[in-house]
Design a protein around this ligand. Sequence first.
Ligand code: PGA
Length: 265
Amino acid sequence: MKKIYLYGNWKMNMNQEETEGFYKDFGQQVVSSPALLGVMGKSLETAVFPPFTSLAAAEGASKNIDKRAVPFLGAQNTYFEAKGAFTGEVSISMLKNLGCTHVIIGHSERRTIFGESDDLIAKKVKACLDAALVPVFCFGETLAEREGNKTFDVVSRQLRAALSGRSPGEAEKIVYAYEPVWAIGTGKSATSDEAQEVCAHSKKLIRDLTGSAEMPVVVLYGGSVKPDNAKELLSMDAIDGALVGGASLKADSFLQIYKAYAGIE
Ligand code: PGA
């Protein structure tokens, strides 16, 4: 069975107590399932992305459970400058100092609600790579763009902008997440064929842009992934895992996504 990346984007949810509760539940569920414990860190890689204010609680709570359960911790955003007069922003070194290994960059909510441009997002991707923090780079089209047959133009533009100036070695370190905006938080997931088509196109484009045909590329799908559609989506060959919003807030539904895929009771 292929390796699955299961990443939970908590968005503006989960205070410190709730974060500690999640880790406790998650740890208990993993150790009580030999089938799950057996795949952790091998064919299943998990990470959660709490809000900034819960990162320290997450890091602390992760020390009280089996190390394999949630080995990676990420933030949902960062700024590309190292320090200075940037009110409200959080730097990469601050995140690393809290134990972060990953950071989501260019989520559609950052692009649409907070006006982040392709150019700003590309600077963040570069800064993360320079500092050895894994960028989880999100891209995807809106409903109007899909209906206007612009999906491939839009995702290609977003990928080109993010990868401009990046070497194959750098491009390989990025985790890519295809997240059609119309499927996020709406309960209306892309079909497995729709997701597969864009993920396959993106993998090819990433390899073409870097001139490295054999480069391993990890592409996740995100947008209303739930236990009941997980098997179909994660079985597609161009999809390496899921970036999960709503269903990642409870240890049970988050783990059910992998269990449904792998056929674990
Ligand atoms: P959702 O969010 O699973 O709640 O649709 C996914 C995301 O925005 O990463």
